[in-house]
Design a protein around this ligand. Structure first.
Ligand code: PBG
Length: 329
């Protein structure tokens, strides 16, 4: 029998009732904390399922409003556009990225016209949806050329800004691109266009379903290790962030998400800048397949999302964003 004063402190006291658990909660999420990725595809009247991402679809432009309306209804501040590019439009330089009539450009214009500033539009800056080899930049043998690629990214950024993109998100991991993009935007009258740098992007196998979603999966030759980060490193992540902040990034991204919570925490502790986390396609598919197979219940979604917040993320890019209200209640 336990007698006397022991234990004076019982941490279970504050866990006993729901009201008390709510009272002492340290972290919470709201719809404002989410960014919804949307996959686009050419054509008409299509909502196309993606085999490797159950519950996620590609939309033709005439159907994209369905998703924007949903995002608004859920109370999301921003969407992120990703194009599935037809094989015929891909080549070794990814020149379709600079076509002012490409799928992303058309989508930005359409969404801006209809929704004005009701919701933010974020666009990736990288060449991988457009290159025949699936790499984010220009290739020389197996090496992705840095400075030559940056030239393309500057042009792609300016084009997307001209179309009305609110937040440019370079996801290519070239050195020096943030500074050059910032300078070009400023010189061309886009001082208020924001830059969300995918500053810490690891060469990860968790991206595979995404590559299927944008149609670059079969194309990718080799891996992206000569430009994306080595997952054994974390000090290097801080150096990447420091550089991008100095070059003018408004926000930074850590990617993938759940396996990299230590990096989110480190970044947040070292830099007082908005930090976004990307719960990437492979993380989504692992969770969703496990849920669909009844290996785990749906609460794993909220648990995984709160983990990002606990680590210090300000917002989360997730394929669950279109159903976030239900997840949060
Ligand atoms: C393109 C890009 C990728 C993702 C976002 N932008 C893939 C890659 O770098 O190979 C991955 C997103 C996801 O897996 O959900 N540079």
């Amino acid at each position: 029998m336990i007698t006397g004063k022991f234990p004076a402190l019982r941490l279970r006291r504050s866990r006993k009732n729901d009201w008390s658990r709510r009272l002492v909660e340290e972290n919470n999420l709201s719809p404002n904390d989410f960014i919804l990725p949307i996959f686009l595809i050419d054509g008409k009247n299509k909502k196309q399922s993606i085999k490797s991402m159950p519950g996620v679809y590609r939309y033709t432009l005439d159907k994209v409003s369905i998703m924007i309306d949903k995002a608004l209804k859920e109370g999301l501040p921003m969407i992120a556009l990703f194009p599935y590019t037809d094989k015929k439009k891909k080549n070794i330089t990814g020149s379709e990225a600079l076509n002012c009539d490409n799928l992303v450009c058309k989508a930005i214009q359409l969404i801006k016209k209809k929704y004005k500033s009701e919701i933010g539009i974020m666009c990736d800056v990288a060449l991988d949806p457009y290159t025949s080899h699936g790499h984010d930049g220009l290739l020389n043998k197996k090496y992705v050329l840095n400075d030559e690629t940056v030239e393309m990214l500057i042009a792609q950024s300016l084009l997307q800004a001209q179309m009305g993109c609110d937040v440019l998100a370079p996801s290519d991991m070239m050195d020096g691109r943030i500074g050059h993009i910032r300078k070009t935007l400023d010189e061309n009258g886009f001082k208020m266009t924001q830059i969300l740098s995918y500053a810490v992007k690891y060469a990860s196998s968790f991206y595979s379903p995404f590559r299927d979603a944008v149609g670059s999966k079969g194309n990718l030759k080799g891996d992206k290790k000569n430009y994306q980060m080595d997952f054994r490193n974390s000090d290097e992540a801080l150096r990447e962030i420091a550089l991008d902040i100095r070059e003018g990034a408004d926000m930074v991204m850590v990617k993938p998400g759940l396996p990299y919570l230590d990096i989110i925490k480190k970044v947040k502790e070292n830099f007082k800048i908005p930090v976004m986390a990307y719960q990437v396609s492979g993380e989504y598919s692992l969770l969703q397949n496990a849920i669909n197979n009844k290996l785990v219940d749906e609460n794993v979604i909220l648990e995984s999302l709160i983990a990002f917040k606990r680590a210090g993320a300000n917002a989360i890019v997730t394929y669950y964003a279109d159903r976030i209200k239900k997840i949060l209640t």
